[in-house]
Design a protein around this ligand. Structure first.
Ligand code: NAP
Length: 204
């Protein structure tokens, strides 16, 4: 009998991708015995109206650069090529069509984002189609998901100390010319500098 595919989908804005994200994906791969992790840069984030987000193409390319050396990581253009605001429910349904009903799908992202997804109107439909891996930094109140679990939603949680690194802090550091070394891959850092993504004058 053929083994069921166990697929991790790592959803995020990745503006920019950093070592916290990479450690999270690697940890999920091992802890949940996944066959691979597909990074899924968000096309048009639904909630980020308060700040300008780097273009989808820049975020996609930074994700490709950061994951290139890991044979268990892939990057998908599914969300960035889909017009309109990005809803995770559409992505999961598209992946179900692609991989079939047998595949086991695990949507991995930050715990606050899992919360947002589950309070979205189609949460029951999405919860039938995939399990969630909610990544947090230590100290997060994981009891928050008790009610969702009682509703039968499969939510795994994973504490990742490296998530002390955050994209917003890295953007601020670039803007203020403070050090970013050891927070994100040097190749991504060079990409940010090349296109002046977080300079006070704005991205190209
Ligand atoms: P966010 O709200 O900006 O992030 C919340 C927290 O989670 C931040 O601390 C963030 O850190 C962290 N985080 C984000 N992605 C992560 C990842 N893959 N692994 C570990 N930590 C992560 O989240 P977002 O980036 O906008 O959205 C995350 C995912 O949820 C995306 O796939 C998005 O499309 C989806 N989402 C869907 C809906 C919906 O369908 N209604 C609503 C919201 C989000 P950093 O800032 O350092 O990344």
């Amino acid at each position: 009998m053929r083994k069921k595919l166990r697929l991790g989908i790592m959803g995020g804005t990745f503006d920019p991708i950093h070592y916290g994200h990479l450690v999270t994906a690697e940890e999920a791969l091992v802890q949940f015995n996944l066959d691979k992790v597909v990074f899924m840069p968000t096309g048009v984030p639904v909630r980020k109206t308060h700040r300008s987000v780097s273009s989808a193409e820049h975020r996609y390319l930074m994700t490709v650069i950061a994951t290139a050396s890991n044979p268990d990581f892939e990057v998908s253009r599914l969300e960035i090529d889909r017009p309109g605001p990005t809803y995770t429910v559409d992505t999961i349904h598209a992946l179900r069509d692609l991989y079939g009903t047998e595949a086991e799908l695990y949507f991995i992202t930050g715990a606050d984002a899992v919360w947002d997804i589950l309070t979205w109107k189609d949460s029951d439909a999405i919860a039938d189609a995939c399990a969630f891996i909610a990544a947090t930094r230590p100290g997060y109140d994981l009891g928050r998901f008790a009610e969702e679990r009682q509703r039968g939603i499969r939510i795994e949680t994973m504490e990742v100390p490296a998530l002390a690194i955050s994209s917003s802090d890295i953007r601020a550091r670039f803007g203020e010319r403070r050090p970013v070394r050891y927070l994100l891959p040097e190749s991504v850092s060079a990409y940010v500098e090349k296109y002046a993504l977080y300079s006070p004058d704005g991205a190209l």
